[in-house]
Design a protein around this ligand. Structure first.
Ligand SMILES: Cc1ncc(COP(=O)(O)OP(=O)(O)O)c(N)n1
Ligand SMILES: Cc1nc(C(=O)O)sc1CCOP(=O)(O)O
Ligand SMILES: [Mg+2]
Length: 498
C-alpha cells in the first residue's frame, strides 16, 4: 500500500532503514526512526522537544549511545502510519502523515521505551498538548471573551512558561499567608480574603488552557530555581514570614499580569484586580500586626466629652488612668474648631502625663495637629485611606462597626482597631438599632483585630460582653458620670480579666 508521506517522514524512514542495514540485523528499531526524525535541527520533532523543555543534544546522545537502554524494534510501517493518522485526526482533524504525528506515534509505541525517554526529559504528554489544536481555543470563562486562537506559537509557549511559574509562586505564597491568617492571627476575615484571592486568581488563569501551562512547564530547565538568595532561609518571626510572602505574591501577580497580556487583555485585567487586593491585604495584615502590638494590653477605653464629666477632664483622666483605663478619646461634637484644638492640645498633655494612649474622635486633622496617638472614624466620617494620608503611617486609626460587612471592610481597609456596638441602650448617644451581644459574639469569632464593645456598657453588664467573647470595652457615661472614676475603672479591669 502506498502511503502519502511528507518529505520529512520519507527522509526519516530512509534514515531508519539505512541504520538497520548498517547494524547488520535488518531490524528497524524505534531508536533508528526517532534519530531519523530528529536529524534536522529545524525539523518539527526537534522543535517540539525543545519547546517542551528537553535538551535536543541530550536526547540525541541517549538515543545513539545508551548501551544500558532497551532498544525495542519499531512497529511495522503500516502500524506507525495508522497511529500517526489517528493522532492527527484527533488532535488536528487532519490525517496527513507529517513528521510531528509520526514522531508522536513512535514516542507512544512502547511504554518501557517511553519511560526511558522521560528520564532524559522527553515529555510525551506535553508534546501531545502542543499538537492539540483544541487547547489553543480557550473555553470562554463565565463572561469572558475567548482568549486566544493560535495554533503553534513560540511566543505563547514562552509566556505560558512564565505565567505557569508565577502562578505556582503566587499559589505557594497564598498558602503561606493562609496559614498565617488562620493559625497565627486566628483571623477569619483575613483567611477568607486570602481564600477568595486564590480562587479569583485560579478563575483568571483558567483563561489559559491548563494543558498549555503544563506543556510549557520546565522546572528542571528553569534558570534560577536552584539559586537561593542570602536571606532566603532567615526569618525572625511569623510576621516576617507573612511580610515576605505578601511581597512574593505581589511580584508573582505582577509578572502574571504582564506576561498574561500576551494572551489578550482579559487575563491582565483580572490579575491586576487580584494584585491590588494583595496590597490591601498587606496593609491589613502588617498594620494589624503593629496595632495588635500597641493595643495588646488595652482593655478599657474611655470616651470623654467635657460637658458629660461630673469632674474636670484632667481629674477624670488621671483618676481613670490610675484605676487601669489605658485609652482615652476626646469626643466633642459641638465645639468650634478653635475650642476643639485648644481642648485637644490640653488633653494631649494630660494623657501624656497619665501615660495612656490618646485618640481624637472624628478629626484626623486635629489628631495630627496635636500629636495624638490616633483618630477614631465612624461610618460617615473620612474613609481609613484618606485619614491615613493625614495622620501618617504610625498613628492608630479606629473604625466604628455596626454590621458584619462593616467589620470585614474595616479589617481590609487597614483599621487598627474597631468599635463594636451599640451593645446596650446608651445615655450618651441615641440609637434605634442594637446589634447587641450577637454582634459582639460575631466579632469575637471573626477577627483578631483589637475590638472594643461599646454602647451602654457598665459594671453590671460588662460580664455579659466578656461571656460573649470580647474582653475590651469602650465606655463613656460609666466613667464620666462617676465622682470617683478610679475604683470604677479598677472594677472594669477586674471584670475584663485584668
Ligand atoms: C471606640 C469608639 N467606637 C465607636 C465610636 C462611635 O463613632 P461614630 O459612629 O462616628 O459616632 P460619634 O462618636 O462620632 O458620634 C467612637 N466614637 N469610639
Ligand atoms: C458614641 C457611641 N458610639 C457607639 C457605637 O456603638 O458606635 S455607642 C456610643 C456611646 C458610648 O457611650 P456610653 O458608654 O455612655 O453608652
Ligand atoms: Mg464620628
Amino acid at each position: 500500500m502506498k502511503h502519502d508521506l511528507s518529505p520529512a517522514v520519507e527522509r526519516a524512514r530512509d534514515a531508519a532503514l539505512g541504520a538497520a542495514d548498517r547494524n547488520g540485523t535488518g531490524v528497524v528499531r524505534l531508536t533508528d526512526w526517532l534519530l531519523g526524525l530528529l536529524e534536522e535541527d529545524e525539523g518539527k520533532p526537534a522543535s517540539l522537544l525543545e519547546r517542551t523543555g528537553a535538551d535536543l543534544a541530550d536526547v540525541r546522545a541517549a538515543l545513539g549511545d545508551r548501551g544500558d537502554w532497551l532498544h525495542p524494534p519499531a512497529p511495522s510501517e503500516y502500524t506507525i502510519y495508522a497511529a500517526a493518522r489517528e493522532r492527527g485526526l484527533v488532535l488536528r482533524g487532519d490525517p496527513a502523515l507529517t513528521s510531528e504525528f509520526v514522531f508522536l506515534a513512535l514516542l507512544n509505541a512502547d511504554a518501557g521505551f517511553r519511560d526511558q525517554l522521560a528520564g532524559v526529559g522527553v515529555r510525551v504528554d506535553a508534546i501531545e498538548a502542543l499538537l492539540d489544536a483544541k487547547l489553543y481555543v480557550a473555553a470562554p470563562a463565565d463572561d469572558a471573551e475567548p482568549v486566544f486562537v493560535v495554533p503553534e506559537s513560540t511566543e505563547h509557549i514562552d509566556a505560558a512558561r512564565v505565567v505557569d511559574a508565577n502562578l505556582n509562586r503566587a499559589r505557594e505564597a497564598f498558602r503561606v499567608l493562609d496559614d498565617y491568617c488562620r493559625f497565627v492571627l486566628d483571623d477569619r476575615v483575613l483567611t477568607e480574603e486570602v481564600k477568595a484571592m486564590r480562587h479569583d486568581l485560579a478563575a483568571a488563569s483558567a483563561r489559559i488552557p491548563p494543558a498549555l501551562l503544563l506543556a510549557a512547564r520546565n522546572t528542571p530547565g528553569d534558570v534560577g530555581t536552584d539559586v537561593t538568595a542570602g536571606g532566603e532561609y532567615a526569618r525572625e518571626s511569623p510576621s516576617q514570614v507573612a511580610a515576605v510572602n505578601l511581597k512574593r505574591a505581589q511580584e508573582a501577580l505582577r509578572s502574571i499580569e504582564e506576561y498574561g497580556k500576551v494572551f489578550g487583555p482579559e487575563l491582565g485585567r483580572a490579575v491586576e484586580a487580584v494584585r491590588y487586593r494583595a496590597y490591601t491585604l498587606e496593609r491589613a495584615v502588617l498594620a494589624g500586626a503593629t496595632a495588635r502590638g500597641r493595643l495588646a494590653g488595652a482593655k478599657l477605653y474611655v470616651l470623654l466629652t467635657g460637658a458629660q464629666c461630673v469632674s474636670s477632664l484632667d481629674f477624670t483622666i488621671a483618676e481613670a488612668a490610675a484605676g487601669g483605663a489605658q485609652v482615652f478619646q476626646l469626643r466633642e461634637k459641638t465645639m468650634t474648631d478653635r475650642e476643639l484644638i485648644d481642648r485637644a492640645e490640653r488633653m494631649r498633655r494630660w494623657t501624656r502625663d497619665a501615660g495612656v494612649l490618646y485618640i481624637v474622635n472624628d478629626r484626623p486633622d486635629v489628631a495630627r495637629l496635636v500629636g495624638a496617638d490616633g483618630v477614631h472614624l465612624g461610618q460617615d466620617d473620612l474613609p481609613v485611606a484618606a485619614a491615613r494620608r493625614i495622620v501618617g503611617p504610625d498613628a492608630l486609626i479606629g473604625v466604628s462597626t455596626h454590621t458584619p460587612e462593616q467589620v470585614r471592610r474595616a479589617v481590609l481597609d487597614g483599621a487598627d482597631y474597631i468599635g463594636v456596638g451599640p451593645t446596650f441602650p446608651s445615655r450618651t448617644k441615641e440609637f434605634d438599632h442594637f446589634p447587641g451581644l450577637d454582634f459582639v459574639r460575631f466579632v469575637a469569632a471573626e477577627t483578631s483585630l483589637p475590638a472594643f464593645a461599646l454602647g451602654g456598657i457598665n459594671l453590671s453588664n460588662a460580664g455579659q460582653v466578656v461571656e460573649a467573647g470580647l474582653t475590651r470595652v469602650a465606655v463613656s457615661s460609666a466613667i464620666a458620670e462617676e465622682d470617683e472614676p478610679q475604683p470604677v475603672a479598677a472594677r472594669f479591669r477586674q471584670i475584663l480579666g485584668g
